[in-house]
Design a protein around this ligand. Structure first.
Ligand code: ADP
Length: 628
């Protein structure tokens, strides 16, 4: 018998398998089972038109046999089998050009996980075996053949005896090493769990003899081995069943089991599409964010199946970042089992699927917002931040997709309001959307600047998350209505007359403000009177694009070496008795005026949620005042 050499391409792939340091060697079983399943499919389709096949739909099966003592796993199918020629062609040359190209390209970038993420086919058996034998008899042929290889040295093919058509793949499992316990693949429970994990939805039964110990009747502490044939896979994927056939409980259990959650999902999205992109998708929106959701460790993605076989556990390309909280899977007939991750990224079909999935998720969220407000608000509490980041990221590229999914706390009832609701109930004469920022709703409520806006009967959006104002700035306007921070310097609330009066007041006290500004140094850009405060004597506003809240957020970011500074204006209530006092001091006692400027600035900082720059001086000034 002549030993044949593998074709050079195949040899490369084989070498990779044999020397693989890849940790997910377990996927070899998925590959061998998928091949068997394909062979069953082929014969099954033939049987539909050819009576001589002699098998009914139920007769097609995959058998796994374990022989621990001889370190052997056998995977047997009664599928189409291979002729001598096919055996030589299929297992001697493997046209995995896709994954090979990918490998060579990525050899530069180290440690690419090519094996785990997509099929590498038959040769993966060599990750766990030191010898592989394939005995096969093609349907309709008399002679069976045996293919055998111990790896890179080549392979042999010889005639052999085999009763019925189909294929048996015999893998001799490698000896254990310090790092790898290959023996675990000889354990029935391990094999059972691998089938469940990777091949549960193969549509043919995968059967294996299971041995368990049972107590011997009437004899204490005596056990006997009981063996039975078990079907390891559930065969019918939930997502391929009709929606009406599935109970909520089934969805919920499936979700919890598969995606490791202790709570039922907030929403189940089950959809099938045919046409341009043919796929089934079963997706879930969790009720709560996973513990690592807002960390770098969190990996987004949907499971990707090709014809019921898992080919990728977390296909990131299927979900945009702003919907990264969605869990679930997509099963498509259009994708090849052996497609590489590199190729997937450029796969038009996958992009099409991703697009329709994104639309579906969005429309489900909109429906939820419309019909299940309470549930949506709970959802938003868990994942709203992600949506707001979505608005902000990519220079606002996706803001139109997301803007109607956002919720903000309203000053009217402290409940959530959408931007649409806000603009729809805007008062006559109101042409801007007001918002205010702070750590908590309570703190924002105390901002003196809010009073003037509320006094006019205008609603304010209370923004409490760091990302909020950045998202708002990215949106710029909603439905043509500009967003305005109540702490911006010019709110434009006053009438023309009021504005004029204030202007002349400011003009008259120009020198006094100059004096005060000098006392405050770099802290403020200007000091002036305002008409917008009701009871409070002072407030801080910002001119230019950066608000106090944004300053805080930007400066707290890692790597923010150069501190950003908001351009601040100390505004003094022109109607407050303090205003008169200041004017008198400017005439009589400049030294005290300077001290009061500092006190008022500190007061404004505290009310605005900032810390006092020099607390020691502040306390000294207060004590001085108290003991006067
Ligand atoms: P792929 O399945 O992606 O084509 P593989 O390396 O897994 O690549 O297998 C190569 C070929 O060998 C298959 O395409 C198939 O024609 C043949 N083959 C493998 N296993 C079987 C089997 N159990 N029965 C029949 N043919 C098989």
């Amino acid at each position: 018998m002549r030993t044949k050499q593998f074709k050079s391409e195949s040899k490369k792939l084989l070498d990779m398998m044999i020397n693989s340091i890849y940790t997910h060697k377990e996927i070899f079983l998925r590959e061998i089972i998928s091949n068997a399943s394909d062979a069953l499919d082929k014969l099954y389709f033939l049987s539909l038109t050819d009576n001589s096949v002699g098998l009914k739909a139920d007769d097609f099966e995959i058998r796994i046999e374990l022989d621990k003592d001889n370190r052997i796993i056998k995977v047997i199918d009664n599928g189409c089998g291979m002729t001598e020629d096919e055996l030589d062609k299929n297992l001697g040359t493997i046209a995995k050009s896709g994954s090979l190209d990918f490998k060579s390209e990525n050899e530069k970038t180290e440690n690419v996980d090519i094996i785990g993420q997509f099929g590498v086919g038959f040769y993966s058996a060599f990750m766990v075996s030191d010898e592989v034998t394939v005995e096969t008899k093609a349907f309709g042929s008399e002679q069976a053949y045996r293919w055998n290889s111990t790896g890179a040295s080549g392979y042999t093919i010889e005639p052999c005896d085999k009763e019925s058509f189909g294929t048996a793949v015999t893998m001799h499992i490698k000896d254990d090493t310090d790092d790898e316990k290959y023996s675990e693949y000889l354990d029935q429970y391990k094999i059972n769990s691998l089938v469940k994990k990777y091949s549960d939805y193969i549509r043919h039964p995968i059967r294996m003899e299971f041995t368990t110990k049972e107590p011997v009747e009437g004899k204490e502490n005596e056990y006997k081995d009981v063996t039975e044939i078990r079907t390891l896979n559930s065969m019918i994927p939930l997502w391929k069943k009709g929606k009406t056939e599935i109970k909520d409980e089934e969805y919920n259990n499936f979700y919890k089991e598969k995606f490791y959650d202790y709570e039922d999902p907030a929403k189940v999205i089950h959809t099938s599409t045919e046409g341009q992109a043919t796929y089934h998708a079963l997706m879930f929106i969790p009720k709560h964010a996973p513990f690592d959701y807002y960390t770098k460790e969190y990996e987004k993605g949907l499971q990707l199946y090709s014809k019921g076989v898992l080919i990728m556990d977390k296909c990131a390309d299927l979900l945009p970042d702003y919907f990264s909280f969605v869990k679930g899977l997509v099963d498509s007939e259009d994708l090849s089992l052996n497609i590489s991750r590199e190729m997937l990224q450029h796969d038009g079909q996958l992009k099409l699927i991703a697009k329709t999935i994104e639309k579906k998720i969005k429309s489900e969220l909109e429906k939820m917002l419309k019909n299940e407000r309470e549930a949506y608000e709970e959802f938003f509490k868990a994942f709203g931040i992600q949506l707001k980041f979505g608005v902000y990221n990519g220079y606002g590229m996706n803001k139109d997709v997301l803007k109607d999914l956002l919720l903000f706390t309203s000053s009217v009832d402290k409940k959530f309001v959408t931007l649409k609701e806000y603009t729809e109930r805007m008062k006559e004469g109101q042409d801007t959307v007001y918002y205010a920022c702070g750590e908590t709703v309570e703190k924002i409520e105390m901002l003196p600047q809010c009073d003037a806006v509320k006094d006019k009967g205008f609603e304010i959006l209370y923004l409490t998350e760091n990302v909020d104002e950045f998202a708002i700035k990215m949106l710029m306007d909603y439905d043509g209505k500009k967003f305005v921070n109540v702490c911006d310097e010019d709110l434009n609330l006053d009438s023309e007359e009021e504005k004029k009066a204030l202007e002349s007041e400011n003009e008259q006290s120009k020198d006094m403000f100059e004096e005060m500004k000098k006392a405050l140094g770099e802290s403020v850009n200007a000091v002036r009177f305002t008409g917008k405060l009701k009871n409070h004597p002072v407030c801080l506003t910002s001119e230019g694009g950066i608000s106090l809240e944004m300053e805080k957020t930007l400066n707290s970011m890692p790597g923010a070496n150069e501190k950003v500074k908001a351009q601040l204006v100390l505004e003094i209530n022109a109607e407050h008795p303090v205003a008169e006092k200041l004017k008198t001091l400017y005439k009589d006692d400049k030294e005290t005026l300077n001290k009061y400027a500092k006190l008022l600035y500190a007061e404004a900082c505290l009310i605005g949620g900032r810390s006092v720059e020099d607390p020691v001086e502040h306390s000294r000034l207060i004590c001085e005042l108290m003991t006067k």
